[in-house]
Write a protein that binds this ligand. Structure first.
Ligand SMILES: CC(C)(COP(=O)(O)OP(=O)(O)OC[C@H]1O[C@@H](n2cnc3c(N)ncnc32)[C@H](O)[C@@H]1OP(=O)(O)O)[C@@H](O)C(=O)NCCC(=O)NCCS
Length: 207
């Protein structure tokens, strides 16, 4: 019954603040959330107008209760995000150092530095599509909303002739890992606190 009133639509500029609020509420202990509302908003803005990005929201009574974001252009987008927000990010590094917030200081420092380090030796292989975020409000979990969002994403990916897409997930996020396995992702490796998964998209014969 719930699915009848859940609407799935493309995220627009006007939705961004609500998405960021939901992101910060759901991903309380994640690195990105520690950057603060304004930077998280800039992070999601960085996907605006990108042709390889699929950004969908699920709403109930006009309230956003979930979203999903995939892209084929992650390394460019993230590089530009770090470059465009270098000043704000550097300020954050200094503030967090003063506050002795080791996690965010080290996380940020290595990420910002990598952007400048890597650009020379970059390989130009075609980039994979990746699932960057999927999140459903606590009160709306277990109602197949993520399933519906993923189905829409995969329809779009197949239309774009994408054959597979991948993701990384924190090792200790057992709920999300079960969800990914349920919808057909297979584990392909891991490093540090992350595990990597991929899913092949099946095309019907006539496609
Ligand atoms: C993971 C998440 C997106 C799933 O959303 P959801 O709308 O509750 O999932 P669905 O109801 O569509 O579930 C689809 C299937 O996955 C299974 N599943 C979903 N969450 C599960 C969990 N925590 N544990 C076990 N199975 C789970 C469901 O049982 C269902 O299986 P079924 O077809 O046999 O019924 C949601 O729990 C969430 O937002 N988690 C926090 C954010 C997060 O960690 N995102 C991933 C970051 S990498």
């Amino acid at each position: 019954m719930m699915n009848e009133v859940i609407k799935v639509e493309v995220v627009s500029k006007e939705d961004l603040e609500e998405i960021v609020e939901l992101h910060c509420k759901i991903f309380r202990n994640y690195f990105l959330k520690n950057l603060g509302f304004e930077l998280v908003k800039k992070y999601y803005q960085a996907y605006d107008d990108d042709k390889g990005t699929i950004f969908l929201k699920a709403s109930y009574n006009n309230e956003i209760v979930g979203f999903v974001l995939t892209t084929s252009n992650y390394s460019n987008i993230i590089k530009n995000f770090y470059k465009d927000n270098f000043y704000l990010l550097s300020k954050k590094i200094v503030i967090e150092t003063l506050k002795m917030n080791k996690t965010i200081f080290l996380g940020l420092k290595s990420r910002v530095m990598n952007v400048f380090k890597k650009s020379k030796e970059e390989n130009v292989e075609e980039e994979e599509n990746c699932l960057l975020s999927i999140a459903i409000d606590d009160n709306f979990r277990g109602k197949k909303i993520a399933d519906v969002l993923i189905n829409k994403v995969e329809m779009q990916l197949k239309e774009n002739q994408v054959k597979a897409y991948s993701l990384s997930v924190k090792k200790d996020n057992t709920g999300a890992k079960k969800f990914y396995e349920k919808i057909g992702f297979e584990k392909i490796g891991g490093k540090g606190e992350l595990e990597y998964y991929t899913k092949k998209l099946n095309f019907r014969k006539e496609e």
